[in-house]
Design a protein around this ligand. Sequence first.
Ligand code: NAD
Length: 281
Amino acid sequence: MILIDGKKEAAELREKLKKEVLELKSKYNKVPGLTVILIGELAPSKIYVKNKEKSANEVGLKSEVIRYPETVDEKTVLNKIEELNNDENVSGILVQLPLPKHIDKQKVIEKILPSKDVDGFHPTNVGNLSSGYESSVPCTPLGCYLLIKKIEPNLNGKKAVVVGRSNLNGKPMTQLLLKENCTVTITHSKTKDLKSECLKGDIIVAAVGIPELVKGDWVKKDAIVIDVGINKTDKGIVGDVAFKEVSKNAKALTPVPGGVGPMTIACLLKNTIECFKRVQK
Ligand code: NAD
């Protein structure tokens, strides 16, 4: 079985991006800029943002974090996004989720210019992705896609099963696999007989949030299995896939941690560079 090393793949991608930033710098005399807005004091959000800032600096992007207290009002945030939309030194804007309850997430997402929406959450980008046009693609599914393509460059006609239908993961993942000519089944909490659906997959992507939901006998021999889940349990952090059992059947499998997670941040940097390049055209 191939253990898909997300850390290594992400490091390789960052190295490529670092070179690209240098080339862009010599061509345009400026570098892409990423601005992250962080609201409140949630520990996981603070860790993610710190990692994003560190990685952005490593590849040579201009990075900035704007911090607001939990009590900040919606208008202040929307006005700041407007200001960043108009700032030509800012290529990409990311508002770290989740937001405090008094701030309307959708309003915030829609305020970001689609051309600066590095998370790919704006309805324009969602629509463009599903229409097969150029768009920013949400970072986690993009990372999964790159890992799958590394194992199997030609996905034509493969059967793919996506477990979970969130806007963040399952739905964009489905679009990316469709674009590659896979026959895609999207499954969710109301799916009847998830096991038999999974057994059809040459590729399985699990993005659910239930520890070790996908069992060894749910996976056909030589399937590629991508585990997006991050679940805190008594045993430590585990994915949505029963790693030990599934590794006996799968052709390739991502570990948790060290699989999809590192690719997510690398893809955010990639998206920032893509946003910069589209504007320079
Ligand atoms: P979500 O809660 O928004 O969506 C979960 C999906 O799973 C839903 O569509 C739901 O219908 C489906 N589901 C729930 N129970 C199910 C069941 N029994 N059978 C089949 N489907 C079921 O979650 P999300 O934001 O997509 O995140 C999913 C997991 O991925 C979480 O563990 C999260 O922590 C993790 N995650 C990881 C990364 C990363 O970088 N690795 C990024 C984002 C999220």
